[in-house]
Design a protein around this ligand. Sequence first.
Ligand SMILES: [Zn+2]
Length: 273
Amino acid sequence: MPDFPICLCGANKYRVHNYKTPGNDFSVIICGACSLARTWPQPIDLPSIDDFYKSQTSHQAKFDELPLRQSFSHRPLEIIKKYFSAGSLLDVGCSAGVFVAEAKKYGFDARGIDLSESAIELGRHNFGLGEALTVGSLKSLALPAESFEVITYLHCLEHIVDPIGELSEAKRVLSDQGILVLELPRFFSLWRFLLGVRWYGMSPTQHIWQFGWRGAVFILERSGFEVIYAKKGLSMYHKITADFSGLVKLLIYAFAWLSKTGDNLFIVARKKK
Ligand SMILES: [Zn+2]
């Protein structure tokens, strides 16, 4: 057995899935105890993770698909609305701020933070979000305790080296009645099984963690949260094209929708009492 790391749960027995891609063979190792899965070798050298995201400049693509991304922001917002009709909202890993802009339209006092200066600059320029967007990480900004009613990590937590430390800080910043909202690519899904390395959520150069229900619950409980709502859905990243592969995708899409085996895990949690 190669030299695998100790899992965040303390175990070190793994099931291993090996993947081959041109120039980048990698594994996803799945903890036998808690089911938390991770990409191995770990993407991005540890000391340079902040620098990696600071240097990312490919955010313009988000504006090419803006109506689609806006509409996908409405899915979490519709669910958040069931708990809070307004109030302070912080989107961690907000990128260019599409979700923050939509949350403001929904009536939230929304703010976003991201490590990428270029993404924040684009968001300020394109959406006029100004001071609502800040460069930094949750830990580096040391926000006041209990200062937000909603904190969201939408396709973000899988990029963070220390998810338990991160969510523990989110717990401090969240109000006692507040909600934590996670949207995660779901590794243990039909789409990943069928698409293998072509599954969007594999992202072996960026996704440190691969989640399923059990792994996500483990991280949340260790960080002091309890789940109050969960839903499996389909991610926005499956482009349906007008050819045979598009037809196959459409059929899988319908099946995944009907059988609730989607590759997007949506969770609402609150502080454990
Ligand atoms: Zn584990």
